[in-house]
Design a binder for this molecule. Structure first.
Ligand SMILES: [Cu+2]
Length: 162
């Protein structure tokens, strides 16, 4: 059996920059059109050190990870960074936990994370013009509207590739 390589594969790319809360954070997310959906691959370094929960303070890490509405990662230095990116991208009007851009949490390995996963919740084209966002705290996949994932530490506008 012969398996032809597809002539046209769509990809999108986001370069992730840290906010003042994680100034060394840097990395990328690649979205690739695959059979039945989209593969999302992320590689980042410079995540903050893990801190366990203390009292009513949420743990730092693993990190909530989502698609947000706007491809605008301005105000990296404000106390509440990246507010320009808006709230969660939620094209099908679902509760948080089932937003199209609700991703698995990102686990840090001494600041480094690498993860890939599959989703059929969107195509590559759908996410262009939005942004990826990494949060300080874990996502509980329950609190509305954004999983109580805390402040925004990394952001990248999603752009079409090639
Ligand atoms: Cu988010």
């Amino acid at each position: 059996m012969y398996y032809p390589v597809r002539q046209r594969v769509s990809r999108a790319y986001a370069e992730v920059q840290g906010s003042a809360l994680a100034p060394d954070l840097y990395g990328y997310v690649v979205f690739t059109d695959v059979p039945y959906g989209t593969e999302v691959m992320v590689e980042v370094s410079g995540l903050p050190p893990y801190q366990p929960a203390q009292g009513d303070q949420a743990p730092i890490g693993p990190h909530g990870f989502h698609i947000h509405q706007h491809a605008d990662c301005g105000s990296a230095d404000k106390p509440e960074p990246f507010q320009e990116a808006g709230g969660h991208w939620n094209p099908t009007n679902q509760p948080h936990g089932n937003h199209a851009g609700d991703f698995p949490v990102l686990f840090s390995n001494n600041g480094y994370a690498r993860m890939s996963f599959f989703t059929n919740a969107f195509s590559v084209e759908d996410v262009i013009g939005h942004s990826v966002m990494i949060h300080q705290n874990p996502d509980d996949y329950r609190s509305q509207p954004s999983g109580d994932a805390g402040k925004r530490i990394g952001c990248g506008p999603i752009m079409a590739l090639q």
